[in-house]
Write a protein that binds this ligand. Structure first.
Ligand SMILES: NC(=O)c1ccc[n+]([C@@H]2O[C@H](COP(=O)([O-])OP(=O)(O)OC[C@H]3O[C@@H](n4cnc5c(N)ncnc54)[C@H](OP(=O)(O)O)[C@@H]3O)[C@@H](O)[C@H]2O)c1
Length: 302
């Protein structure tokens, strides 16, 4: 199989490249930066492409694309987030119009105002989001599903593993004096997604003979509590810190307590209420094999 991977220099895209190369796929890796670490992309051929700037002039012939490139931030400049996540997805679609497109979306497309309880795929999108990231991810999904000839949308949540660029670094940068302020009680459940399992799901989706329905939640085998996850992530990074929980009502308006704006409505919505996914469709239709959530001792952030 010939595969193109966007966002290959990132956390998820790198794992997809390495898994695909290990399985013998012929991989072309795309990232925005001029050059990539060959080990990160599993030795795949690398090309630089800013997907927000325009379509690819000379796309390689491939059987499938795994589209991981995104501005994956909840605090980014909205214009840049929309440029990459929606306009960039349009450019990926027109560059590769005829093949399977595996679009790595996000569980952020579920309703941020209500708990996500074993959410099924049809429960998103909704009409309002808290930030440009979630809104643009939802819009990109709709674009892919309406335009791509052969689309598969995957929705992971809280992706973790070695080389994490998002979740773990974000926790670590908020540790102060051995404490990490976390919204909520820590007792609510969250579905997490191990990065290599997500990479395997991407390859299953790329190779599936018939990928119907086209939208799949992708997460570990069972949810965990926020407290268990936060303590496990901190310990896995070798950081001695304990979570201190703040009732969500204390955080309104969040900007008053946290002038830096790091603890925004979106973050509160991710930690203070349940965020769990039903993964039955991915197991039954894609052959996805979820793993239990487990944090190896000492895995580094990027
Ligand atoms: N991490 C999570 O917890 C999580 C959860 C749910 C969903 N997701 C989704 O998973 C996907 C991958 O996320 P990630 O965690 O791997 O993020 P990441 O580590 O920040 O990687 C982002 C990738 O996108 C590329 N990129 C950004 N802007 C680009 C542009 N304008 N043109 C071309 N490439 C561009 C980056 O390239 P350069 O580095 O070369 O600039 C990088 O390769 C995203 O779609 C994200 O929404 C992630």
């Amino acid at each position: 199989m010939r595969l193109a991977v966007t966002g290959a220099t990132g956390f998820v895209g790198g794992a997809v490249c390495r898994a695909a190369v290990a399985e013998g796929w012929q991989v072309t890796a795309f990232g925005r930066r001029p050059e990539a670490d060959a080990r990160h992309v599993g030795g795949a051929a690398y090309r630089s492409w800013d997907i927000g700037a325009g379509r690819l002039a000379d796309p390689p012939g491939v059987d499938a694309v795994v589209h991981c490139a995104a501005s994956a931030t909840d605090t980014g400049v909205a214009r840049e987030v929309w440029r990459t996540n929606l306009l960039g997805t349009h450019h990926v679609l027109v560059s590769f119009p005829a093949c399977r497109l595996v679009h790595v979306s996000s569980a952020s497309v579920y309703d941020p105002r209500r708990p996500t309880v074993r959410a099924k795929e049809h429960e998103a999108p909704v009409d309002r989001y808290f930030n440009a990231y979630a809104a643009a991810k939802a819009a990109a999904e709709q674009l892919v599903l309406s335009v791509a000839r052969d689309p598969v949308v995957l929705r992971p949540h809280a992706v973790y593993g070695a080389g994490d660029t998002t979740l773990l670094p974000r926790l670590l940068e908020n540790v102060r004096c051995g404490r990490l302020l976390v919204p909520g009680t820590g007792r609510v459940l969250v579905s997490m997604t191990e990065v290599d399992s997500l990479a395997r799901a991407c390859l299953l989706a790329a190779a599936a003979a018939k990928a119907w329905p086209s939208v799949y939640n992708v997460a570990d085998s069972a949810p965990v509590t926020i407290d268990w996850a936060v303590r496990g992530l901190l310990a896995s990074a070798g950081v001695r810190a304990r979570p201190v929980y703040l009732p969500a009502w204390l955080l309104t308006p969040p900007a008053r307590l946290f002038p830096g704006g790091r603890l925004n409505r979106y973050v509160i919505s991710q930690f203070a209420v349940e965020r769990t996914l039903d993964i039955t469709a991915a197991i039954d239709r894609l052959g996805y094999e979820p793993v239990p959530t487990k944090f190896p001792a000492k895995f580094p952030a990027a």
